[in-house]
Write a protein of this length. Structure first.
Length: 249
């Protein structure tokens, strides 16, 4: 994808479907954007990206990694269609997202040590991360953004900017029905997002229906698995605080 991200985390309100922008599908036709295809029924990705079960906004999500380390995440909704993934137990590393009727956007990546990259707030709507609609027979799309405002993760003050950019390689979304994650997660209908980064490395993300992000993998440009992370359990009613720059609105 465009930037290297470390995915390493969720106010006690259960999400209701009415808060997510509605996607209307034309009968027997996949929308022109982003699919431009006819064929199998189109799939709305929001129910996979957004958790929808009792207590998800205050649960610590315990993750383990290929090398045996662990961490805790939390994801929660902070305004109408905006979400934050807190990626560290101290709340100092986050990603924010906006769910619209056409795309799920990344709006910011803030925190110390994001694979050596500066923290950033994306211009415009954000980085096109996942199309709201995918066609099973044409799953590819091109991630783009309208530029980034680079910021200091401690002071939250601007330190630079980058121009608009589209990924060198296309990304894709594939359906993964009844994916068995093991641990306490078990079998969950899922989608798998695959990004080939501009440097040739590959990232994969698994999103379970009504569960959100459950797994990621990182591969070298030659296809060697470098690392993986997966949710293994949850600690209910143990919210990780937001402890970084203000979320974009």
């Amino acid at each position: 994808m465009l930037v290297k991200r470390s995915l390493a985390q969720w106010l006690a309100i259960v999400l209701t479907a009415a808060t997510v922008p509605t996607v209307v599908f034309a009968a027997d036709q996949c929308p022109t954007e982003p699919c431009g295809c006819n064929g199998p029924d189109p799939v709305d990705t929001a129910p996979y990206f957004i958790p929808n079960y009792s207590g998800w906004q205050t649960a610590r999500r315990v993750w383990t990694f290929m090398g045996g380390g662990t961490t805790q995440y939390r994801m929660f909704k902070y305004s109408s269609n905006d979400y934050e993934l807190i990626k560290s137990p101290d709340g100092t590393s986050t990603e924010t997202f906006e769910v619209t009727s056409s795309w799920i956007y990344v709006t910011s990546e803030v925190g110390p040590g994001i694979l050596g990259s500066p923290s950033r707030i994306y211009n415009g709507n954000g980085l096109k991360f996942i199309p709201r609609v995918i066609c099973p027979n044409k799953p590819t799309f091109r991630p783009c953004h309208e530029g980034e405002q680079l910021i200091n993760a401690t002071s939250c003050l601007p330190i630079g900017q980058t121009p608009s950019h589209c990924a060198t390689y296309s990304s894709r979304i594939d359906l993964a029905p009844a994916w068995n994650y093991g641990y306490s997660v078990g079998v969950v209908d899922s989608i798998v997002k695959t990004d080939k980064l501009d440097d040739g490395k590959v990232e994969k993300y698994w999103y379970g229906r009504n569960r959100g992000l459950l797994r990621w993998e990182l591969y070298s440009a030659s296809g060697v698995l470098l690392n993986w992370g997966q949710q293994t359990s949850e600690i209910p009613n143990s919210a990780i605080p937001h402890n970084t720059c203000a979320q974009p609105q």
